[in-house]
Design a protein around this ligand. Structure first.
Ligand code: FPP
Ligand code: MG
Length: 283
């Protein structure tokens, strides 16, 4: 429950009498997140998530779509027009970005040749937008200082980008049993993430006659499981994972530098402890 945690931590910067509003928003953010995962599992045909059977595998896609929609509708009943400095429009625009980036990613499935800025824009929409909104919403709904609201938005955004890069690295290096899904699943589904983009950049810079990784992914179509595993091995051996770690680290450092500017020891400590809790994944 990272998103609700960010809302509650952010709310400590504002008026304590508005804490109930922050708790309501924290619930909204978690419900939207769960609804998006239910839909994501249907899109991906995922059988398990975090080792537990998905709704679509238990009840079928129809029931799962409707359950996701139901959760969304329930969440919307908790969103009021305006509360504190937070306008409903700020929330809906993050939800729109979430859906847009999934639509774009799906429309481009099988195209492995995307730039790093396209990748950052996509994960900015699908993950960081909700992190940024969560961190900002707690501060906004409790009418914290405007500069603090702005800093929290940036902290949430950078944390979200680092989190997604780390999550994408796990598709190349993770433990299949622990993750509850196979290595190379993103590649097999036709989805390029940063380790692959980075490895292709390194391979191009090496200026050798042969570019085996490029040869494998140049045709715009999802790869077989066997070829995906080869792509994973080549990506790792070219140093795509290390380059991804470095990129995630730059976002973590940006977030840490903004945390330093917050001027509130309680909130700074809480954010740093949240960062630490996530450290297995992000630092
Ligand atoms: C998981 O990422 C998926 C997301 C962060 C966003 C999914 C969004 C939608 C399906 C749009 C619908 C939105 C709503 C609000 C209903 P991933 O596939 O990279 O990670 P995973 O390995 O956990 O599946
Ligand atoms: Mg998925």
């Amino acid at each position: 429950m990272i998103r609700p945690a960010l809302v509650i931590i952010g709310s400590k910067l504002g008026k304590t009498e508005r804490e109930d509003e922050a708790i309501r928003l924290a619930s909204v953010l978690e419900m939207i997140h769960i609804a998006s995962l239910i839909h994501d599992d249907i899109i991906d045909g995922a059988k398990t998530r975090r080792g537990i059977p998905t709704l679509n595998s238990l009840w079928g896609s129809k029931q799962a779509v409707l359950a996701g929609d139901y959760l969304l509708a329930k969440a919307m009943t908790l969103v009021k027009g305006e509360a504190g400095d937070l306008k409903a429009a700020a929330m809906t625009s993050a939800f729109i970005r979430l859906c847009e980036s999934e639509l774009i990613q799906d429309a481009d499935v099988g195209n492995y040749l995307i730039s790093s800025s396209t990748y950052i824009r996509r994960i900015g929409g699908k993950t960081a937008s909700l992190f940024a909104l969560s961190a900002y919403a707690g501060a906004a709904v409790t009418s914290a200082e405007k500069y603090q609201q702005y800093l929290l938005h940036r902290i949430g955004y950078c944390l979200g980008i680092a989190f997604q890069i780390k999550d994408d690295i796990l598709d190349y290096t993770g433990n299949a049993e622990k993750l509850g899904k196979d290595i190379g699943q993103d590649v097999h589904m036709g989805i390029p993430t940063y380790p692959l983009i980075a490895a292709l950049e390194i391979e191009a810079k090496n200026n050798l006659d042969k570019r085996p990784l490029f040869e494998m992914i140049k045709n715009k179509k999802p790869l077989s499981k066997k070829d995906s595993k080869k792509v994973v091995a080549l990506t790792v051996s070219l140093g795509g994972v290390e380059k991804s770690e470095r990129l995630a680290q730059t976002y973590i450092e940006r977030a840490l530098s903004d945390i330093n500017k917050l001027n509130n020891e309680e909130v700074q400590t809480m954010l740093l402890s949240l960062f630490k809790k996530l450290s297995a994944r992000i630092i």
